[in-house]
Design a protein around this ligand. Sequence first.
Ligand code: H79
Length: 429
Amino acid sequence: MVAKRYLITCLLLIISAQSFAQQTQKARMPEFMDQRFGMFVHFGPITLRGTEIGWSRNKEVAQADYDSLYKEFNPVLFNADNWVKAAKDAGIKYLVITAKHHDGFCLWPTKLSDYNIMNSPFKRDIVGELAKACKKQGMIFGIYCTVLDWHDKNYPIQNPYDSTKNVKGDITAFKATMKGELKELITKYDPYLLWFDGYWEKPWTNADGREIYYYIKSINPNILVNNRLGKVSEVLSNESVGDYLTPEQRIGQLNMNEPWESCITICQQWAWKPNDQMKSLKECIQTLVKTAAGNGNLLFNVGPMMDGRIEGRQVTRLKKIGDWMKTYGSSIYNTKGGPFVPNDNLASTRKGSKIYIHVFKSAGNTLTIPTLPNVVINKATLFNGEKVEVKQSGKTIQLTLPDKLPDDNDNVVILDINQDAEKLPVIKA
Ligand code: H79
């Protein structure tokens, strides 16, 4: 009898937690998706070697060396306000810092592990300083953590490249530590979102992910959580754990039903690498545009240098993206993707009665797009006010652009139509 009552109470708790979480998701997701542009920051002692965070341990860098780097980690030129300003200047609206990556090193003074920033010569709370700078400058603040921890003896995988170095582990004890760390992160820094990694890990189950998800939401139901806390799938279903999809190093496909965010690096590596190949301004801008045009967000990654600064050429690149956004931001923020499915020649976004056609390639100065059924185009202009000629014939619309196009990276045509563009069905362009 008692057991039965206990079971019913548990079930009720789970059900109410679930609907509560879903309510939260409904309220916050659209607001988050309206931001469109975030900055991912991968940072840690490994910047001293210039190899990849996490995955270079036991590869390019010997384990003993990797695990000792924190003793020399001293990014004396770290200035949280400068990072946030670099993001702001790019037109970025939210920032996500790797508080703990797979190597287990914590960038905040946690009570749960000695492997943290207070035991480095730097002895400053990087997560805390960033949270504060974000608040000051009006930047949404998010925290990355991962379900792996190669440093924690309770986590069964200590060296993914050599299973003989692995241990039995204790996932229950591990989850207790994880909850302790999350509680610290949430109560100290009040993150808007938690960005989890690690869905591929064998010792981690979907049920483990769900437990942590509800733990987070029980502390603050408003915190958004990405889908990598559970066993990820390409679509969000009842089985998924998390509030949005997160394709990595690729632009997600147009999806009007499920929220998503692509994480993509400004160079090749997540963590800083000397002379890493940087994306051109055009590639950066078109990556952002194609993401928005697919109805998703872009979490654009930078890896600051070992001295704590973001590389000058990256700061300049970010500033140039911001200059473009100053003119064209209204075609990105708060818009929906579509109605045209993005392709190599064009992508589109929409808001109210406006469709923004982003022109990447045109045949001469003519762009042909499919007809929009039952739609009257009242006006077509570029952002500088120049007129674009519109000719409807049969199944296509021809847009004649001025001979000299104003922008080298993406020219945007604004179509003003006689109805709500956000309600139009998706059309293959
Ligand atoms: O933090 C960044 C990556 O380090 C992290 N996600 C982004 C945000 C990430 N870690 N692992 N993965 C993504 C996917 C796993 C890739 C692997 Fe491999 C393939 C692990 C082993 C095979 C890449 C190739 C790393 C080692 C070899």
